[in-house]
Write a protein that binds this ligand. Sequence first.
Ligand code: CP
Length: 303
Amino acid sequence: MRHLLRPLDFTTDELERLFDLAGDIEKNPSKYAHMCNGKILATCFYEPSTRTRLSFESAMYGLGGQVLGFSDAGSSSATKGESVSDTIRMISCYADICAMRHPKEGAPMVAATKASIPVINAGDGGHQHPTQTLTDLLTIRSLKGRLNNFTIGLCGDLKFGRTVHSLINALVRYDNVKFIFISPEELKIPEYVKEMLIEMDIPFKEVIRLEEVMPELDLLYMTRVQRERFFNEEDYVRLKDFYILNKEKMELARKDMLVLHPLPRVNEISVEVDEDERAVYFKQVQYGVYVRMALILTLLELV
Ligand code: CP
């Protein structure tokens, strides 16, 4: 039995197979429409979500399976003090596979040690978000045709943004990927990430001004400032609008640069940018469903 807790849980060859499967699902959805008949997905979300939870649910319904779960810790027995370890033992009796989001880093990993079904980390605190990374990689591979030889700018809250930490973890395995970290001083990428890049001899630089590096980028990965991870509201208010990608800034970019964003967006991308064909964050959402369908089939060993 396999789980998905970190992006590195799958080798790059396994990821290739997963992305090929996602591509086939996109082209031939009817071929897969009954593959999960009789199977149940549990979505245990102790933190708010729109995309991750609903895309998992959409994925399972698209495969002919069924879904149960909770979308709010407050409506679960966590409020009575039940541990994640005990909850997953119950869930293992009710479902065949579980996607779990939790504010505590490592909670899905703890669940996996007690589960008798595959557990998928759907985001744990500021740590990792591996299925968002699968979504990001599939989007890049589908729209750029490759997962190597590019410069990616990661912009915004690089301190708390788990999607950024996960994506870097996954991209270091591909050749000739250069990183440019664009953030205010207070939201810089954690030291342990930089240490890893130095150890692996992977080029990166840190800048504060987005305009300065726009012409260098093949990909721009925008992120929102993670309000829920701040200790005080004052700091959040001061930093929340530090970056606003608008038409003017897009003019500095290459004609084939792509803008990704894990969403939700707050103010960091002006809505006027949505019309730009380089803005692919809504396409990214659709890829998220295909890749989660492929992941469910793979973890349930149905392909
Ligand atoms: N990208 C993402 O994780 O979105 P949600 O928080 O809405 O699931």
